[in-house]
Ligand binder design. Structure first.
Ligand code: ZN
Length: 289
């Protein structure tokens, strides 16, 4: 069933577990992510991007985006588990509105690079429009490093900032910088567990961890117990899918067999589904009743 962010995350916050938010780029990713949620009978968040020429993550023809969204929504509605379709990392009001038009049930307005007051003003503007459509909003304060060309450096979210931001916006969920980075980890992340506890205490909105792929099972456990409610996971899922395919290619080559796309592609999907299921376990996502 198709639901919004609050439908999933408020329950999770109360139940002290986290829900994974996995980025989907094509129907194989959708099959892997929703398939993993269905196999574990757990709620899930499928994340899309603002694939528009003015978006911050590469563009696609808008007809193609609409077709993909139509399929994703249809698939989500057929699912027996709650599925939220969430726009990840959108830097503009316009991008959030586009995603709502395409049928997203949750959007992230990422104005964390802007001055604090501008972040508040833009977040409020997006909330006003999104809430009118029953769509929930995630915002970010502090800064999670690591996207291409992003060399801002770590900037942890403080409880005072979180309180002030929440009081001013009433945002539904908040992405906080607590020591993770986007992409592949070059060195062990320095997670600020006490800060997570303080942030949970500071605001009633669910806390979101970006750069959430590549941590150890123990690190996830501690983050979830301290108060992280949504964990964004993309990089290592995509790498697992690539490895699933390359392993099959190596196996075929060793056996002197040809490599047929029809046989290779499902190996990638299968590997992504497996890593997603594994992480649903690490995130302690509670099965639906
Ligand atoms: Zn992120």
């Amino acid at each position: 069933m198709l639901v919004n962010g609050n439908d999933i995350l408020l329950k999770a916050r109360e139940g002290h577990y986290a829900v994974g938010a996995f980025n989907v780029f094509d129907f194989g990713c959708v099959d892997a992510v929703l398939g993993a949620a269905e196999a574990t009978n757990t709620p899930v968040i499928a994340q899309i991007l603002d694939w528009h020429p003015s978006g911050n993550f590469g563009s696609r023809p808008q007809e193609e985006v609409k077709m993909f969204m139509d399929m994703l929504i249809y698939r989500a509605k057929l699912s027996p588990v709650p599925v939220c379709i969430h726009l990840d990392h959108c830097q503009t009001y316009e991008g959030c509105i586009r995603a709502i038009k395409y049928g997203a049930t949750s959007v992230m307005l990422d104005a964390s690079m802007k001055p604090f007051e501008e972040n508040i003003a833009l977040t409020k503007k997006v909330i006003e429009a999104a809430h009118a459509c029953g769509v929930t909003v995630e915002a970010e304060i502090g800064h999670v490093d690591g996207h291409d060309g992003d060399t801002t450096g770590k900037l942890y979210t403080t409880p005072e900032q979180a309180k002030e931001f929440y009081a001013a916006t009433g945002v539904d969920s908040l992405a906080v910088a607590v020591g993770t980075v986007h992409g592949v980890y070059a060195e062990e992340p320095k997670l600020q567990y006490d800060l997570i506890s303080e942030l949970r205490e500071a605001i009633p909105a669910p806390l979101v961890m970006h750069g959430g792929s590549g941590l150890s099972p123990e690190q996830y456990k501690e983050c979830v117990e301290r108060g992280i409610t949504k964990i964004n996971f993309a990089t290592y899922m995509l790498l697992a899918g690539g490895k699933g395919i390359s392993d099959k290619v190596a196996e075929n080559n060793a056996a002197g067999k040809g490599n047929n796309f029809i046989d290779l592609y499902p190996e990638g999907v299968k590997a992504m589904k497996e890593i997603v299921m594994e992480h649903i376990g690490y995130f302690q996502t509670k099965p639906i009743a």
